[in-house]
Design a protein around this ligand. Sequence first.
Ligand SMILES: [Fe+2]
Ligand SMILES: [Fe+2]
Length: 152
Amino acid sequence: MDIYERLEQDHDKQRTLIDRIKQSEPGSETRAQLWTDLKIELEAHASAEEQAFYSKLMAEPEGTDDTRHAIEEHQQMHEMTAKLDAMDQSADVWDTLFGKLAHKVVHHVDEEEEEFFPDAKETLSDSQEEEALRMFNKRKAAEVDKQEELAD
Ligand SMILES: [Fe+2]
Ligand SMILES: [Fe+2]
């Protein structure tokens, strides 16, 4: 598995969790658990992705624009996630804002896979990609631990 396949594996997990939340009952235990899982996944994935992957791309002139755009979207998703986390999950407004976050996340991961990863493949060397994968796996595990502690 290369760094791109590894990131796509997380993206698929995010897409699945979003679908399952949409199908869950508002205010239910299931929805609360799925939301916690998605929140941890989104925050940990974005942090590890920035630390291991975008940091390498940012260091290359060709990678700067994609990196800036992706990090800006990470920040927007982070703000929406924090807002949703503080809201009553049985309220209609929760569903409305969740719909917006879901749309943003799906747009973001599609854009990474269809535009940014092909650009990165042209920009990064094989050894940079191998290093990114090693670092991503390490950072993702540490970020999940951190987010799980915050969620407790
Ligand atoms: Fe991302
Ligand atoms: Fe990603």
